[in-house]
Design a protein around this ligand. Structure first.
Ligand SMILES: Cc1cc2nc3c(=O)[nH]c(=O)nc-3n(C[C@H](O)[C@H](O)[C@H](O)COP(=O)(O)O)c2cc1C
Ligand code: SF4
Ligand code: SF4
Length: 302
């Protein structure tokens, strides 16, 4: 199954907010909030009469104490009231962060479409470059489709291992990628071999038997598509924890998707799009009693 949530409205359509003149008290908050020179104070009310281009960021709507601004590109039902202070305290949030694990054991239990859509609703709260919200998501649940993904990945990596072991092809790879690039591939080769052997035995060490493979992709033409998609997926991973679900980022699939047309096809990534994340998603079949800890962060405050 595949979702491509469109924004339902485009930047080209209704691109400017509307102000209820009667309600406006000329406080100027929307003008301050609009960093794109769209909102201006006029005699009777604020108006979207500036020279800038509205990026539909919604900040003017969000800061108006009178609720006097609406935006045709942001339906009312997508806007909610906010508490005056942070909705979750740091300690609570930090606990949630440390509860997220890369889950590699899943119960054989369905994740409903509704739940997946709820996670995606959390994902799209993320910031995005120029508010493009260019991320798109695919949730692969069909077991045959998941098997096709694993087969395509196995074929790609099988070819890669064979290439590394063929002296002539190896030389060609060194010429193309440099010694370091090929050394990097040599480093992952033993782990890849284990995964492929497991695949031959019918064991899933790629998606870890998860019932869902969730993908995030964005147009290759969006220079901030990768970063935005990653923020969205970060949200999604934490939302999954809040629902008792587990995830695991599967770089084993994202990296080769850029090279293997067969894998791209199996993943249903459309032409002109770049895959930025692949996540195993499901109900954890493991109980964590404590967090795993992290190395001390390397920080420079300059
Ligand atoms: C990858 C990326 C790059 C961004 N670059 C800028 C930037 O250079 N300047 C800026 O003012 N906002 C930048 N933003 C913020 C976006 O404009 C903002 O996320 C978007 O308008 C949505 O608003 P929100 O974050 O308040 O939900 C960036 C966001 C992302 C994810
Ligand atoms: S939606 Fe954002 S860019 Fe558009 S007018 Fe409001 S504050 Fe300015
Ligand atoms: S924030 Fe609202 S009340 Fe204040 S100037 Fe803008 S439209 Fe008027």
């Amino acid at each position: 199954m595949r979702w491509t949530p469109t924004r339902g409205e485009t930047m080209e359509g209704a691109v400017r907010p509307e102000v209820d003149e009667e309600a406006c008290i000329l406080c100027g908050q929307c003008v301050r909030a609009c960093s794109f020179e769209v909102m201006k104070l006029r005699k009777r009310s604020a108006q979207p009469r500036g020279i800038g281009e509205c990026i539909v960021c919604g900040q003017c709507v969000a800061v108006c104490p009178q609720n006097a601004i609406s935006h045709p590109a942001i339906p009312d039902e997508r806007i909610s009231g906010l508490p005056a202070t942070a909705a979750v305290g740091y300690d609570e949030l930090a606990a949630l962060f440390s509860q997220r694990r890369s889950v590699r054991r899943y119960r054989d239990e369905e994740v409903s479409d509704e739940l997946i859509l709820e996670l995606i609703a959390a994902a799209v709260m993320a910031p995005s470059g120029h508010n493009q919200q260019s991320w798109q998501f695919i949730a692969i649940k069909d077991p045959d489709e998941l098997a096709a993904v694993r087969d395509a990945a196995a074929a790609f990596y099988g070819g890669l291992l064979a290439a590394l072991e063929d002296p002539q092809i190896r030389q060609g790879m060194i010429a193309e990628m440099g010694e370091e690039g090929v050394a990097g591939l040599d480093e992952i080769a033993p782990a890849v071999k284990l995964i492929l052997r497991a695949h031959e035995r019918g064991e899933d060490r790629m998606i870890w038997g998860a019932p869902v493979l969730l993908l995030a992709h964005a147009p290759a033409s969006d220079p901030t598509g990768a970063e935005s998609a990653h923020y969205a997926v970060g949200n999604l991973m934490l939302a999954a924890v809040s629902k008792g679900l587990g995830t695991c980022a599967i770089g084993f699939l994202t990296v080769p998707a850029g090279f293997s047309p067969e894998l791209r096809e199996a993943l249903h990534v459309p032409e002109g799009q770049t895959l930025h994340a692949a996540l195993a998603l499901g109900w954890p079949d493991v109980t964590y009693y404590r967090s795993t800890g992290r190395r001390e962060a390397q920080v420079r405050i300059i």
